[in-house]
Design a protein around this ligand. Structure first.
Ligand SMILES: Cc1ncc(COP(=O)(O)O)c(C=O)c1O
Length: 248
């Protein structure tokens, strides 16, 4: 994610970032809690401390909440000219409302900020690529990691040429950069993933196993996940299930 932010800043010559959700531990992200110490609360991990994060980064990060278009609209209205990037996951446990995800794309275009989709967790999970493909909205940069190399450590930062070209004018690397073995793992994984049915089969198999275990034991079960691509998704009564879990 840090590389994607670096590229967006290099491409735009701007420094501010609007973001939604958890994006990792790096300075760019944690700096949101400088000054407004609760800015990251409500974005997965509350109470994150900023010791060790340079104070000079204060004021660059602007949080908004998932499916709250009015929040990001307000940020763009106030800081649009300084926004290098708008960063979010296309989906996590909640489906994006079409007006939200399409509206974000339009807002990024309007203020010429890079739209970055964090596909670290969502990528290659519901389909053989970015989850954003299911919503018909393309980012300028997409970041993939967890599922792309069959648990081998690998990340891919991909995007449109006009933004990605800025990578030539800045620098990043890592101990594990350029390891062809991991790419081989990815291609082996991806060729399997391309058989779309594999995803459905795996998902249904796992759902079925959990459901049977729940029925056999009488233990309540709550599901979260993507419904859009899954017409057979059971209509779980999550609120009731949670209540029963508390009763247990
Ligand atoms: C959705 C998401 N984005 C970003 C990150 C951070 O990844 P990294 O620590 O490789 O920067 C994580 C890590 O768990 C994540 O789940």
């Amino acid at each position: 994610m840090a590389i994607a932010i670096r590229i967006a800043r290099a491409a735009t010559g701007r420094d501010m970032v609007a973001f939604c959700g958890y994006r990792g531990w790096h300075d760019w992200y944690l700096s949101a809690n400088l000054g407004a110490t609760t800015a990251l609360d409500g974005h997965l991990l509350p109470g994150l401390d900023t010791k060790g994060v340079p104070r000079g980064l204060a004021g660059l990060m602007h949080p908004f909440h998932f499916n709250k278009l009015d929040e990001i609209e307000a940020i763009v209205a106030e800081h649009g000219k300084r926004l290098a990037a708008i960063v979010m996951e296309p989906v996590r446990s909640t489906e994006p409302e079409p007006a939200f995800i399409k509206g974000i794309r339009a807002l990024a275009d309007r203020c010429s900020a890079a739209l970055i989709f964090d596909e670290v967790t969502s990528g290659f999970r519901i389909n053989s690529g970015g989850a954003h493909l299911a919503y018909g909205v393309d980012p300028d940069i997409a970041v993939f990691a967890k599922a792309i190399a069959n648990v081998f450590p690998m990340a891919a930062i991909v995007g449109r040429a006009p933004v990605m070209d800025a990578a030539q004018e800045t620098f990043f690397s890592s101990t594990r950069a350029r390891r062809p073995g991991r790419c081989a793992c990815h291609f082996a994984q991806a060729s399997r993933a391309e058989r779309r049915q594999a995803f459905d089969a795996d998902r249904h198999h796992i759902q079925k196993g959990w459901t049977e275990a729940s029925q056999a034991t009488g233990l309540p079960l709550a599901h979260q996940g993507n419904r859009q691509t899954d017409p057979d998704w059971p209509d779980w009564d999550c609120a009731n299930t949670r209540r029963r879990l508390v009763d247990l």
